[in-house]
Design a protein around this ligand. Structure first.
Ligand code: NJP
Length: 237
């Protein structure tokens, strides 16, 4: 069944790979992020199948408008993929309050903004929410404590959505290990960046996560895949 799917953070990495994968399967994709050029290029590649909507997840009114736009384009909304997110790594004593706030604003509040706007439409369509969390929702790592805290929060939000809305909306958390995307480039601490660059480059590919998301989107409707944890196989280079 062809679905109308809204993806936040669709301008790069996992979100972009997912947009390509789902559009190639014939789904209608509403692609959102702040960088309009990347979204427009995607829209051009899939005329009448991908629709670009540049927006910041931190903007409450923009998230309402984004959901409205998705329903106009697809006649209904079937799936919300809350993928927009970032990590800015630093040892805690050197962490900048502004960076901590940014991670909380985007990873938690941004996800809530899109979720709150989409819940009525998803209840109506008996749809699905897929939240990008992380192995950092299960473990706490040095230099990324606040990022880990935000992903613990996303996992808790997903589980509470499943408990209270699970009979109407299918809720999934996808928890990746390291993935080679633009993610690590948000880190400004040069020494850390140098150390982490190779680590993330040897991680999963964005397409590996897009494949998992596609599996959830296309799963039979009697199935709730509540969480997928996917780690790179470090034995494979
Ligand atoms: O990273 P990247 P990923 N409003 O940097 C968007 C999680 N994850 O694909 O606004 C709206 O290539 C940004 O778009 P733009 C991670 O926490 C990753 O790896 O144009 N959108 C871009 O499209 C995140 O939740 C790894 O700059 C905003 C996208 O977010 C998800 O996977 C491991 C925004 C980020 O794309 C995708 O990250 C893990 C805003 N305010 C979990 N701010 C990993 N890569 O290793 C950012 O466990 N975006």
């Amino acid at each position: 069944m062809k679905k109308c799917i809204l993806i936040t953070g669709a301008s790069s990495g996992i979100g972009l790979a997912t947009a390509h994968t789902l559009a190639q399967q014939g789904h209608t994709v509403i692609a959102s992020a702040r960088r309009a050029e990347a979204l427009t290029a995607l829209e051009k590649e899939y005329p009448n199948r991908v629709f670009a909507f540049p927006a910041d997840v931190c903007d409450v009114e923009a998230m309402k408008a984004l959901v409205k736009y998705a329903i106009e384009r697809g006649q209904k909304l079937d799936v919300l993929i809350n993928n927009a997110g970032l990590g800015i790594f630093d040892p805690l004593p050197e962490g900048k309050l502004e960076d901590w706030h940014t991670m909380v604003d985007v990873n938690i509040k941004g996800l809530l903004n899109a979720t709150h706007a989409a819940i009525p439409a998803l209840r109506e369509s008996r749809g699905a929410i897929i939240n990008l969390t992380s192995v950092a929702a299960h473990n706490v790592f040095p230099n990324s404590g606040i990022y880990c805290a935000t992903k613990h929060a996303v996992l808790a939000i997903s589980e509470s959505l499943r408990l209270e809305l699970g009979t109407e909306i299918r809720i999934t958390s996808i928890s990746p290990g390291s993935v080679h995307t633009e993610f690590i480039d948000q880190t400004k601490n040069e020494e850390l960046l140098k150390n982490y660059k190779d680590y993330f480059a040897s991680g999963l590919k964005a397409q590996d996560i897009a494949d998992q998301i596609s599996h959830v989107v296309n799963a039979h409707e009697n199935t709730v895949i509540s969480e997928i944890i996917v780690r790179p196989n470090k034995a494979v280079k």
